[in-house]
Design a protein around this ligand. Structure first.
Ligand SMILES: Cc1cc2nc3c(=O)[nH]c(=O)nc-3n(C[C@H](O)[C@H](O)[C@H](O)COP(=O)(O)OP(=O)(O)OC[C@H]3O[C@@H](n4cnc5c(N)ncnc54)[C@H](O)[C@@H]3O)c2cc1C
Length: 304
């Protein structure tokens, strides 16, 4: 049920369309919490329809060309994506197809094409519940933000954990390390929804595994999020995998660990228990698929 806003409180907001990052930072400093950044407005529009109060000042990022840039830094080995890059661009930009094919795939699962033409990667992250967040966490993405007129770079996962402590920063760009996805690393992303497409996530899972040449896992990142679920790294389960080769992994223990540390939300349609089991099953299946190159896949622990 949508809550109708109190019409007597509705004063049209002032819309600002600055042309530079410096100007938008200045405006934010001037208006403080009376101003909100607006990228594609697809999430904001939903929130306003549900009764969220419109701020007095809307700072549109639409006219700032530098926020729409995508670059590959070969020396630093990262891709930098401006916060105003749309989800549609992530899907069609050849740079992503080549260097970050998983991002290219993941974006397909978000909303419908018309929404993706407006929706931005920055809005997906700063809205706090976007489906891309778990994937970007597993890829060790960093955020370049401006807070109180100071520009800094922080880990996305640090932002997710500490965002209440920040003073409404501007997200400028996202830095994603890239590497050759050879036989020694594997990455996955799955959005679990009530339908296959055009649906909100029940839960979204992602993972990245790296092996040494002897087939031992030396790095494992597993994350969940999507829908109303708080994005989280699954550190206990990651500990169950690191240092092990395929034969050493106790899949029942991995599954139990996932069930213990996935803490999803629940609503009238889908219970927390269902979300937890669905996520654990998908993660085990994806892990077994990815580690399968180093051994057999005899043991499967799937139950919902
Ligand atoms: C029909 C429909 C279906 C959708 N389906 C999905 C889905 O499947 N998965 C999903 O993840 N999302 C979905 N969404 C939500 C939304 O479209 C996406 O999350 C989108 O990426 C948000 O980007 P935006 O540019 O529209 O953000 P906006 O609505 O402009 O902003 C979202 C929030 O981020 C803040 N913000 C935006 N840019 C910045 C910045 N540069 N710096 C600081 N703060 C900023 C805004 O102030 C606001 O709080 C859907 C929306 C609609 C309308």
């Amino acid at each position: 049920m949508s809550i109708q806003p109190n019409v007597s409180n509705l004063k049209p907001p002032v819309i600002w369309m600055p042309k530079s990052i410096e100007k938008v930072i200045e405006l934010k400093h001037q208006f403080g919490s009376n101003a909100s950044f607006v990228s594609g407005a697809t999430l904001l529009q939903l929130q306003w329809q549900n009764g969220h109060i419109l701020p007095h000042h809307l700072l549109s990022l639409e006219n700032i060309p530098t926020l729409k840039e995508m670059k590959m830094d070969v020396e630093k080995k990262h891709v930098s994506i401006g916060s105003m890059v749309t989800l549609a661009q992530c899907r069609f930009e050849p740079l992503f197809k080549k260097s970050l094919p998983i991002l290219f795939e993941a974006v397909k699962t978000i909303a419908a094409p018309a929404v993706r033409n407006r929706a931005t990667i920055g809005g997906n992250i700063m809205g706090g519940v976007g489906d891309l967040i778990p994937l970007l966490i597993t890829l060790n993405a960093k955020l370049v933000i401006s807070e109180n007129r100071t520009i800094k770079t922080i880990e996305l996962y640090e932002w997710v954990q500490r965002k209440e402590e920040f003073n409404q920063p501007l997200l400028i760009e996202i830095l994603i390390p890239y590497e050759e996805m050879d036989g020694l690393s594997s990455v996955f992303y799955k959005k679990i929804g009530r339908r296959e497409t055009f649906t909100a996530a029940i839960i979204t899972v992602s993972g990245k595994i790296k092996w040494d040449p002897n087939g031992k896992i030396y790095n494992a990142n597993l994350a969940i999020g999507g829908g109303d679920n708080n994005p989280a790294l699954l550190q206990k389960t990651m500990g169950e995998l690191i240092g092990k080769s395929m034969e050493d992994i106790d899949w029942k223990k991995v599954y139990a660990s996932l069930l213990s540390e996935i803490l999803p939300t629940e609503d009238v349609f889908v219970s927390g228990k269902y979300r937890k089991k669905a996520a654990a099953n998908i993660i085990v299946a994806e892990l077994q698929n990815s580690v399968g190159i180093y051994g057999t896949r005899e043991e499967q622990v799937h139950e919902i």
